[in-house]
Design a protein around this ligand. Sequence first.
Ligand SMILES: *[C@@H]1O[C@H](CO)[C@@H](O)[C@H](O)[C@H]1NC(C)=O
Ligand SMILES: *[C@@H]1O[C@H](CO)[C@@H](O)[C@H](O)[C@H]1NC(C)=O
Ligand SMILES: *[C@@H]1O[C@H](CO)[C@@H](O)[C@H](O)[C@H]1NC(C)=O
Ligand SMILES: *[C@@H]1O[C@H](CO)[C@@H](O)[C@H](O)[C@H]1NC(C)=O
Ligand SMILES: *[C@@H]1O[C@H](CO)[C@@H](O)[C@H](O)[C@H]1NC(C)=O
Ligand SMILES: *[C@@H]1O[C@H](CO)[C@@H](O)[C@H](O)[C@H]1NC(C)=O
Ligand SMILES: *[C@@H]1O[C@H](CO)[C@@H](O)[C@H](O)[C@H]1NC(C)=O
Ligand SMILES: *[C@@H]1O[C@H](CO)[C@@H](O)[C@H](O)[C@H]1NC(C)=O
Ligand SMILES: *[C@@H]1O[C@H](CO)[C@@H](O)[C@H](O)[C@H]1NC(C)=O
Ligand SMILES: *[C@@H]1O[C@H](CO)[C@@H](O)[C@H](O)[C@H]1NC(C)=O
Ligand SMILES: [Cu+2]
Length: 635
Amino acid sequence: MGLSRLISVLSFLSLAILTYASPLSIRTKRANTSDTVHFEVTLTWEDYSPNGGTPRKMILTNGTFPGPALKAQVGDSVEFLVHNQLPDETTVHFHGIVQQGTPWSDGVPGLSQQPIAPNSSFLYKWTADASGSYFYHAHYRGQIMDGLYGAIIISDNEAPKPFSLISNDTSAIAAMEAAEKIQQTIFVADYYKYTSQELHDQETAANIDFACADSILLNGQGAQWCLSREEITAYTSPILQGILSSASPPQLTDKGCLPPNLAAIQGNFTFDTAALPTDAYEECTASFGSMATFEVDAAKGYAALTFINPGGFELLKFTIDGHKMWVYAVDGGYITPQLVDQVEINNGDRYSVLIPLDQTPAQYAIRVANDGFNQIISGFGILNYTGSTGPANSDPNAMSAMNFAGANLTDIVIFDDDSAAPYPPSAPAPEADVTYAFNIKKMGQPYGAYQWTLAGLEAFNMSMEDSTPLLTENPATIPETDLIYKTTMGQWVDLIVQTDGPLAQPHPLHKHSNKAYVLGRGIGPWTWSSVTAAAAVLPEGTFNFDNPPLRDGYTTTPVQGNSTWLALRYQVVNPGAFLFHCHIQTHMSGGMAVVLLDGVDAWPTMPVEYTSGNNGTLPSPPPALQKKVRMRARN
Ligand SMILES: *[C@@H]1O[C@H](CO)[C@@H](O)[C@H](O)[C@H]1NC(C)=O
Ligand SMILES: *[C@@H]1O[C@H](CO)[C@@H](O)[C@H](O)[C@H]1NC(C)=O
Ligand SMILES: *[C@@H]1O[C@H](CO)[C@@H](O)[C@H](O)[C@H]1NC(C)=O
Ligand SMILES: *[C@@H]1O[C@H](CO)[C@@H](O)[C@H](O)[C@H]1NC(C)=O
Ligand SMILES: *[C@@H]1O[C@H](CO)[C@@H](O)[C@H](O)[C@H]1NC(C)=O
Ligand SMILES: *[C@@H]1O[C@H](CO)[C@@H](O)[C@H](O)[C@H]1NC(C)=O
Ligand SMILES: *[C@@H]1O[C@H](CO)[C@@H](O)[C@H](O)[C@H]1NC(C)=O
Ligand SMILES: *[C@@H]1O[C@H](CO)[C@@H](O)[C@H](O)[C@H]1NC(C)=O
Ligand SMILES: *[C@@H]1O[C@H](CO)[C@@H](O)[C@H](O)[C@H]1NC(C)=O
Ligand SMILES: *[C@@H]1O[C@H](CO)[C@@H](O)[C@H](O)[C@H]1NC(C)=O
Ligand SMILES: [Cu+2]
């Protein structure tokens, strides 16, 4: 019996233990095993080419892209020291980390800190309080698209794992546990030959929402593939042909993109596509960098891979030739496993899979395709068995579950996000204390085609990143607006997100701090006062109150010709100022965000080392004073 299970059994037995033993025991366990993990990186702005093409300026983290992985054990104290040698300000966010009791380390400028100035440093301090896969990434302007991201893996040997739902064979379970311990991470992301600032400037000049990538990278490696006109035509689906009927010529661009000036996609705006560089959408220049390779050993039985999408725009999906995958964790949390051929992975999301290594030892393609209408594009990696001498088949496509355009040519099993039940089981309160309803849409004229609102009225202006951090203010003095919402400790909060048609795009939303349950979703406008009111009239099964997915990323359902809605529920457990936003960076930069002031009745006091202008470290006291402090501690 695991220690945490034992603690929960004990808590049932005696009220005294319930009040004292549970938190104390956890603290004892952590004190016994906890360590400080010091992680220190320097950010530089350098010429770099991940895909063999012309180098551009990118953010390198300790000279690498992606940055080095941070590994910790549950209970560890993490110190993450950033030296900013970029020409611009920056911040670093720890995606999926709750920041329980450390909201000042969430890395959101204007909310939890002032941006880190060039040539200065900042020390983030937080506790690794839950196992799983996370990632760190820039959270200032569009910098995530300039390459600042790296993996965070937190392990917990004591956490109950769902592997016995995959097999009853003890040696197979042991193999899965061993595979998880040496899991490899794969960042899958779109890549652009322009910096995030240049892309934003192009959006402003041409008045478009930018949607045309150069490459799909795996762990920062890949190629720019250019298709022939015949191939592009062959991959143009009837749906795309319909969308293209208003274009002239009615075809995808050489980069496989929908043209930037289609009202059916962009909305009713006046575009100036002549303001775009010709290689933004039209010209494709092939280039080849290295290909990410993942070594696996058939003798081990299984390999574990965690896929992470830190991309700026494109929603993706992945398959591995000749292999099925057991998806066992989503957004860092264990789930009831599903055996699938393909997983859709949207911006900010993490999926951990166990791959049964039951095929001929050889090399198999890992395929990552765009999952949106906007572009036909893929990227590739290699699953390489120990002892392999080449591909498993002389026909490179013989074993693939999807083509370059992401289309499957036979029936495949796709991971079902909505039935990703948390493991061990967990459920929200049956009713919420408060409901906030939002409405995602473009701001519309006279605003630009790249400007969005999440709540329904106002765009989150990026200049707010430069204002006084909300966390340092008295929440009573912060007015509630279309952009700012308040909650109190312990409350159950429903977030209802409607997205408006005519083309309701999928928006991969992300909530900072603790996770939320995904209660349900539907087509059509949201017209109810609460989930309880909606559940009374909608068909049975529309909502899942028993074992809904528990995540930090939630993608709205795409639909043409209608609105859609998504219902989330979370409990306020961690007071602080937290962002709720679209993880498509261009949408976020276009205003798609709101602020949740969680637990305004238990508002945290900033530690002095994080107050105005400070960097997480206080100047060290002179030696004489240090002695005094030590003596006092001994007394
Ligand atoms: C805690 O530490 C003690 C002494 O170092 C060790 O014997 C024990 O196994 C540890 N317990 C856990 C849960 O790690
Ligand atoms: C980054 O580089 C510095 C200087 O070489 C080194 O001390 C530090 O450990 C590196 N950080 C990581 C996470 O590898
Ligand atoms: C940062 O320091 C370097 C080296 O001292 C200097 O060249 C550069 O101008 C400084 N950058 C800024 C933005 O101050
Ligand atoms: C494990 O055994 C139980 C009881 O025999 C059975 O119900 C279950 O389906 C088995 N699980 C797997 C993954 O084979
Ligand atoms: C598009 O916007 C223009 C200018 O605001 C307006 O006159 C026109 O009616 C709009 N067209 C549609 C189809 O909404
Ligand atoms: C795959 O592994 C084999 C041997 O284990 C090695 O010789 C080969 O170079 C690897 N291939 C790639 C692409 O890394
Ligand atoms: C692709 O797979 C899905 C899911 O199984 C299926 O609905 C669809 O028909 C498949 N497409 C083709 C062309 O077989
Ligand atoms: C954002 O705020 C800045 C500074 O107040 C202002 O100049 C700019 O027009 C605003 N942008 C939008 C889209 O409202
Ligand atoms: C939108 O969806 C709702 C609910 O399914 C449906 O009643 C309505 O007719 C749809 N509207 C359109 C324009 O298709
Ligand atoms: C943080 O600022 C203090 C001055 O307030 C300075 O002494 C210290 O060196 C700085 N620490 C880092 C990591 O830059
Ligand atoms: Cu979005």
